[in-house]
Design a protein around this ligand. Structure first.
Ligand code: MTE
Ligand code: MO
Length: 177
């Protein structure tokens, strides 16, 4: 009889341990590591691209030396030309940037909810010397929490308002549709 009690206690203790361990495991898996950030790039009904920081490092890279309108000294940004990224979701370039495409626009959204718009045409180097990039480093170092991991750098703008920090997504849409 005593033996039966003991094993019931043991089973209860084991169950409590399992429940605690499960709870701890869930808590730690809920903490998103910072390197899991994804940049989403969407164009209409096509499957959106979800790029990791490593994906971005593996694409053709662009380096830009520019002065942040709110800073004084030149800064060197490195990342991927926005046109490269848009191309991956079917945005045309060169001579194909014509017709209905010219009524399309990109919404760039940040993780704090900040959003800005660009027309597709103003992001096309064949139309404008815009040189917009999605940067992931500044002066050789990864962007800090306030700016990164991804940030738009918009050298042709006279104010920094469209230098979207903490960039989360780029979404292409057609005006009036
Ligand atoms: N995500 C996000 N990006 C943003 C903003 C913002 O509020 N949220 N403000 C913009 C404006 S108005 C300016 S002037 C610059 C300021 O950037 P800084 O703090 O690096 O100077 O960020 C731009 N990018
Ligand atoms: Mo600003």
């Amino acid at each position: 009889m005593k033996k039966a009690h003991l094993s019931a206690d043991l089973i209860a203790a084991a169950v409590i341990c399992l429940v605690l361990a499960y709870g701890l495991a869930r808590r730690s898996s809920a903490q998103v590591p910072s390197n899991s950030a994804r940049l989403k790039i969407a164009n209409g009904t096509a499957t959106p691209l979800e790029l990791s920081a490593a994906d971005l490092k593996g694409m053709p890279r662009t380096t830009l030396k520019t002065v942040n309108p709110h800073g004084q000294k030149p800064e060197v940004y490195e990342g991927v030309a926005i046109q490269q990224l848009l191309h991956r979701v079917g945005v045309p370039d060169g001579e194909n940037m014509r017709g209905a495409v010219l009524s399309s626009y990109v919404v760039a959204e940040a993780s704090d909810g900040y959003r800005v718009v660009f027309s597709l045409a103003e992001l096309d180097p064949g139309i404008l010397d815009s040189e917009v990039i999605v940067a992931d480093t500044m002066d050789g170092a990864p962007l800090d929490e306030k700016h990164g991991p991804f940030q738009l750098v918009v050298p042709h703008d006279k104010r920094a308002a469209r230098w979207v920090r903490m960039l989360k997504s780029l979404t292409v849409s057609q005006a009036g549709k």
